[in-house]
Design a protein around this ligand. Sequence first.
Ligand SMILES: *Cc1c(COP(=O)(O)O)cnc(C)c1O
Length: 306
Amino acid sequence: MSSLKINPQRAAELLENLAAVRARIRVAQKTSKSTAAVASADSTEPRLRLVAVSKLKPVSDILALHRPSLPPHDHSQTPQDAHREKSEYTPQTHFGENYVQELLEKSRLLPASIKWHFIGGLQSNKCTMLARDVKGLWAVESVDSVKKAKALEKGWKERKTREKERQEGEEEQLRVFVQINTSGEESKSGVEPKSNDLLSLCRLIRDECPHLRLQGLMTIGAIARSKATTPETENEDFVKLQENRGWLVDEHGFDAGLELSMGMSDDFEGAIVQGSDEVRVGTTIFGARPPRKEAKVLEETEDGKG
Ligand SMILES: *Cc1c(COP(=O)(O)O)cnc(C)c1O
C-alpha cells in the first residue's frame, strides 16, 4: 500500500471535485423532505451518505480521497477557507464498485477502513464469494432475487464462522438494499415495484436471513428522467421508490427506518430534495470512466513499472 504512488496534481483535482459535490449536497439538503437531512446540512460531513463510485478507476484515485494529505498550514487563511479546507480534507470512507473481481482486488490493496458498497449487476454464482471474501464490505445494494439473497446469507455466515476462529470483531450482519426497477426498462435489473416478488424478497431477508439486514431500497431510474431532473422538478423514479417504501412500511409492517439509495451524478440534488438517504456519485468526482477492458486497478507509474 505504501508503495502506491499518487500524482499530487490528480489528488488535488479529485479533492476539489469531492469538495464541490459535498457543497452541492449541503445546499440540496436544506430543501430536502427529510428532516434528518436538513438538520445535518450544516455539519462538515453530511449525515446523508455519499458513496463515491470508483468503478474502473485505479486504487490511487481512491486512496487520494480516503487518505487526503493536508497542504502545509497557511496562517493567512480566512475562516471560510478553513471551513472549506476542513470539508475538503475530511476522508471519504464510502466507495461503490460494480464488478466483483475488481472489488476483490481493490479491497485487498486498500486500507481496511474503507467501507465498500457493491452496486453493480449481481450474478447469483458470485454472491457467496462477494459476501465471504471482500474485506470491508459494508453493503450490497443490488439484490433483486431470493436466490441472490440466500447466497449472500451463506457467504456472510461463512465469513462469520471463519472470523470467530480468528476472534475478529466485525459487524454481525451484512446490509443489503433491494433494487427496484422503477422505470420498468428491460435493460435494468431490479424487482417490479409493489409486486409479490418485492414483498417475498424483503420478507425473506427480514425473517429468514439472520446474517443480512434489510437496510433499504435502491433504484437507478431512467437516464432521460435523470437528465431532466433539477432540484425543482420531481423525478418519477424517485417518487416511485418513496412510494414503495411507504407500501412496505404502512401496509406490510416493515421498519420505517428503511433507507432510499437514489441519485447519481446527473440527478443527486433532485434525489436529495425528494428524500434520498444515500447518493451514489461517480463521474462528477472521478471524471469519465475508461472502457472496461482498458481499466486498470493499478496505474502504471512513470518509469513504466506497474
Ligand atoms: C455507475 C453507477 C453510479 C454512478 O454513476 P455516475 O453517473 O457516474 O455518477 C451510480 N449507481 C450505480 C448503480 C452505478 O452503476
